[in-house]
Design a protein around this ligand. Structure first.
Ligand code: NOJ
Length: 445
């Protein structure tokens, strides 16, 4: 059986979470509303009308949850700071209770021998900033820089490891183009302006952390998916290439100083005409110490003339009779290796950490036991693949499982369970799933 020791002694093993998905205490202790608090109050936006108001109540239970991380055998805890808890109205005033809370979380990690990795933006924008246009407005960049500066000055003495952003493609596409995530905006104009301001913010955020924190270890994360053309026909190959520009290349290439992948995607070229700052490749670039890759599935893409802009269509795993998770996401170890290779081929990436990977299944609690064999098989497959990628010579230095415990899965509400630990959302009881015990064994603790 595969063991963590095969990855070497320095390899980091962690679990990842996000503030809005676990904390609860959404409108107390001085926190301002975030776009997810507002969005989830609108009817029909979140499955079954779920709401992040309480979530896993991590705000009050962080000590026992950090102890759980330790019990499972992980040594890294990736969590995010809620921007609206620190700067409730988006500008100016800093909420001391919020500041204190993250000091307590950090101190508890350090006390229990767990290394914190802090994400600065994991999708929960203060509503006050959305009222000014959110990521579509340039004013967000000043506000974000203020938030990053406050966090760096407060926590920089205790925390070395920082992640500026979580999956910028995720929140700009789902939240500003498709409207299925908060704030529910749609259209290409919104999308491309959100993209550009997020791309500026990721680089600015890196620069602020570098200036404020001596010996900071700074990264940022990207969702990534191998894009597999449905056939080798020219039309399918070109469709796959457009989707690759959008989903994999859009944010990493500007950070690496290459600018946006406009040459391979004419739509972007057209949208950029009125925006000279899109070509400010220097300001968009930052020399990150590591790049966080988050992989869940590959996409099989077919040309489709009826789809505006992309003229591409996903052929779902289910219709191709491929193994998939409860989200319908294809389980495919080779595609994990291929997408890691694709990113590793950028010469300027210094090292890669897998900052998220995991799966939702329809877990059942039987006599207090959650025998999630499918999740165990998933992690086994992905970790075996990761080992192969590492043995190929790719500089991968860590892996963080998504996620510690079942939590608020955005538009899916509490219906999609990704945790190694089961959360009973009525009682807040935590029960380690068999996949959690599997990790304990794998990590050899
Ligand atoms: C990526 C996101 O970062 C995380 O918040 C989400 O829960 C997982 N994917 C699973 O969908």
């Amino acid at each position: 059986m595969i063991k963590a020791s095969q990855f070497g002694n320095d390899f980091l093993w962690g679990v990842a979470t996000a503030a809005a998905q676990i904390e609860g205490a959404a409108d107390t202790y001085g926190k301002g509303p975030s776009i997810w608090d507002t969005f989830s109050k609108k009817s029909g936006k979140i499955k079954k009308g779920h709401h992040p108001a309480v979530a896993c109540d991590f705000y009050h239970r962080y000590k026992e949850d950090i102890a759980l991380i330790k019990t499972l055998g992980f040594s890294v805890f990736r969590f995010s700071i809620s921007w609206a808890r620190i700067v409730p109205s988006g500008h100016g005033h800093v909420n001391e209770e919020g500041i204190r809370f993250y000091h307590q979380v950090i101190d508890e990690c350090l006390k229990q021998g767990i290394t914190p990795y802090i994400t600065l933006y994991h999708w929960d924008l203060p509503q006050a900033l959305q009222d000014e246009g959110g990521w579509t407005a340039y004013s967000i960049n000043g506000a974000f820089n203020h938030f990053v500066t406050v966090c760096a000055k407060e926590y920089g003495d205790k925390v070395k490891n920082w992640i500026v952003m979580n999956e910028p493609f995720g929140f700009t596409s789902l939240g500003y183009m498709l409207g299925i995530h908060a704030p529910g905006e749609t259209g290409l104009t919104n999308f491309f302006s959100a993209v550009h301001h997020a791309a500026l913010a990721q680089a600015d955020g890196g620069r602020i952390l570098r200036a404020e924190i001596k010996q900071a270890y700074i990264g940022t994360t990207y969702s990534c998916s191998e894009i597999i053309p449905f056939t080798q026909n020219e039309a399918d190959l070109q469709a796959a290439k457009r989707v690759d520009c959008l989903m994999n290349r859009l944010f990493i290439e500007p950070v690496l100083g290459m600018g946006y992948p406009m040459a391979d995607w004419d739509v972007m070229e057209k949208f950029s005409i009125n925006h000279s700052t899109w070509r400010h490749t220097e300001r968009l670039a930052f020399d990150f110490d590591f790049i966080g890759l988050q992989n869940y599935f590959p996409l099989t893409i077919k040309y489709n003339a009826f789809i505006p802009v992309l003229q591409a269509w996903e052929v779902k795993a289910k219709s191709r009779k491929k193994p998939h998770t409860a989200m319908g996401w294809e389980i495919n170890g080779d595609s994990f290796q291929n997408i890691i290779r694709q990113f590793a081929a950028y010469p300027k990436i210094k090292n890669i950490i897998i900052t998220e990977n995991g799966a939702a299944f329809h877990d059942k609690v039987v006599n207090g036991v959650i025998d999630d064999a499918e999740r165990i098989a998933y992690f086994k497959l992905y970790l075996e693949t990761l080992l192969k990628a590492k043995e190929e010579g790719i500089n991968i230095t860590g892996y963080m499982a998504w996620t510690l415990m079942d939590n608020f899965e955005w538009a899916e509400g509490y219906n999609a369970r990704f945790g190694l630990v089961h959360t009973d959302f009525k009682t807040q009881e935590r029960t380690i799933k068999n996949s959690g015990y599997w990790f304990q064994d794998f990590l050899g603790r």
